[in-house]
Design a protein around this ligand. Sequence first.
Ligand code: LP5
Ligand code: MN
Length: 249
Amino acid sequence: MHKTGITRFVSDLHLSAERPDLTARFAAFLADTAASKITALFILGDLFDAWIGDDDLAQPFNAEVCSLLRKLSDQGTRLFFIAGNRDFLIGDTFAQAAGLQRLTEVEKVGAGEAAILIMHGDTLCTDDTDYQAFRQQVRNPAWQGNFLARPLAERRAEATALRQKSRAATKEKSQTIMDVNAEAVRQALIASGCRRLIHGHTHRPGCEQILLADGVAERWVLSDWDSHRGDALEVSTEGSIRRIDQSGE
Ligand code: LP5
Ligand code: MN
């Protein structure tokens, strides 16, 4: 992948036509990313509140977000995307239109000591067994093919119903169950050989040190974007990570 330059990471924007304030802040963030000549922007999932298929690109709001991304990529920043649990149906059509490159669910950015492991973060929540079962079902290509063959209006209604179910389900689950599992984090770090991990999904921004058998690793968590919060992580050419506030406050 890219070798030098400054990179940025962002996740959990949950953009929707109902929240023009978030889209405006994201547009400002993208404009700043272009002006700052950032080499690469990694979107680590949940860019959209819900994505029901690339054939919904004709919808004005979706087209607007797509063109915002396209503008940044045309200005020279490389765009990468890892799917989240809200937008795993983003496909090649959207990626090409937006000028972004889709990545697999776990990736490594950079090399050696500076390497960073990146992912959405939902796969680390192994205690949330209901969610993991649901995830397995909706990530199945055959299931996705079936779903995408249905009319857009039906898919939209299904997504709305599912969001409601999810809200009800998450209200019942404990905070511990919905956080990452410490052992899953350690295993992911060990398997990758990376000493740094960046992810989103849990909506619990922070930076935690993790003791491994042969040293210390760092887990950086991005925030979700909402009325009073929103952030990105920026990695300098030297490899140091800093949080940049995008809450607009
Ligand atoms: O998203 P959030 O923050 O509310 O909670 C997530 C997990 N929930 C989800 C579901 C999404 O919100 C739904 C997004 C829809 C957009 C995609 C549309 C395209 C597909 C349409 C499919 C019909 O990911 C939540 C986690 C939480 O994060 C914390 O990690 O706990 O998990 C759940 O709520 C899942 C439930 O526990 C189990 C599933 C209940 C619904 C079962 C209906 C089966 C529907 C058939 C589809 C296969
Ligand atoms: Mn998520």
